[in-house]
Design a protein around this ligand. Structure first.
Ligand SMILES: Nc1ncnc2c1ncn2[C@@H]1O[C@H](COP(=O)(O)OP(=O)(O)OP(=O)(O)O)[C@@H](O)[C@H]1O
Ligand SMILES: [Mg+2]
Length: 322
């Protein structure tokens, strides 16, 4: 399932639920917090919410709180007057001002310095701020979306994040689940990501082999969607090396074209922890093997596995099996 403007691939119930919430959240002006592990799609969801809402034609500005030095974060956010600090040779408008009626995304909000945290708190409380070195009070019209892959309640406990700011940000929170908790998304996402990679690499016919699909669906993806994208890109690049030997119409990505980490986790791959795996992985493997052995006859497979057809179909979808 996708939306018209920005594709948000969702097949798993967990991500379909997010897609269902997105338009409601988009319609409200409330400050939004998006949490989730690295690479799950927090940025992507923030952008989707911007595009689904009434601010879609206003600016969408992002500021990366983790990669900029503290003073630069503040000047990026609030802007500064000429002479506010060494190097401030001209007045500069900050994102809060430039964002107008749009959306301002604070990426990695937990990385804000204590000083920036207290200034942001005031912005959220009073919807007012000043440029650095300035005296005139400006009003915030934009909507703030904060992103984090950090456990903010834990950061509050540890004293690195202000509790009052956390409460202000945590009005509405959306959590993007890790890919391993929405396995039915893996293959649809892979197909979606492949579309862009095909054209970027001039490989219009690149496609996954059945074995590669089984491997991708079985892997845990600790780096989530970003890791999936990188793994696919690597496979596209490496499968191209000896393309001279394959017929022009066959351009198949095989398990061996994928990174070692992904291959090691493939069903049946020898690994130092072979035999030690989760019940889910084992179930997935048994179901995959049964389907294959019966040439994908659902009734026959269900009978052998001792489960109903309905349960088998659900599990087949959950594990992204053919
Ligand atoms: N549901 C989805 N549909 C389509 N593309 C997606 C989806 N989720 C993530 N992506 C793509 O995966 C990549 C990683 O997503 P994104 O940058 O939003 O992750 P993130 O959670 O912000 O990661 P980080 O914490 O590392 O900043 C992007 O290229 C994004 O477009
Ligand atoms: Mg991000």
């Amino acid at each position: 399932m996708t939306t018209e403007r920005l594709p948000w691939i969702a097949e798993d119930p967990a991500s379909l639920r997010l897609l269902e919430l997105a338009p409601k959240v988009a319609a409200a002006p409330t400050t939004l917090l998006i949490t989730g592990e690295s690479g799950t799609g927090k940025d992507h969801l923030a952008r989707l919410i911007h595009e689904l809402g009434p601010r879609r034609d206003a600016p969408y500005l992002k500021i990366d709180c983790a990669s900029l030095p503290p003073q630069l974060v503040e000047s990026e956010l609030f802007g500064h007057e000429r002479g506010a600090f060494t190097g401030a040779v001209e007045r500069k408008l900050g994102r809060l001002e430039l964002g107008g009626n749009g959306t301002i995304v604070l990426d990695e909000v937990a990385a804000l310095s204590p000083n920036a945290q207290s200034k942001l708190l005031r912005v959220l409380q009073e919807r007012a701020f000043e440029r650095l070195g300035g005296t005139g009070t400006l009003h915030l019209e934009a909507r703030i979306i904060a992103l984090t892959n950090v456990d903010l309640p834990a950061a509050v406990k540890a004293g690195s994040f202000r509790e009052d700011l956390y409460f202000r940000l945590n009005v509405v929170t959306l959590t993007v689940p890790p890919l391993r908790e929405r396995r039915a998304d893996i293959l649809p996402l892979a197909e979606h990501l492949l579309v862009a990679l095909r054209s970027a690499h001039g490989r219009p016919r690149a496609q996954l082999s059945d074995a590669a699909r089984r491997m991708l669906a079985a892997y845990a993806w600790p780096g989530n969607v970003r890791e999936l994208r990188n793994a696919l890109e690597r496979a596209v690049v490496f499968s191209g090396v000896d393309r001279g030997t394959t017929p022009a119409d066959a351009d198949v990505l095989e398990p061996e074209n994928f990174p070692e980490t992904v291959r090691a986790a493939a069903p049946g791959a020898a690994s130092p922890v072979a035999g030690l795996r989760s019940l889910e992985d084992a179930e997935r493997e048994v179901i995959a093997a049964t389907l294959e052995a019966t040439h994908y006859q659902i009734s026959r497979s269900a009978e052998i596995l001792g489960i109903s057809r309905k349960t088998l179909l659900e599990k087949r979808k959950k594990y992204g099996l053919k």
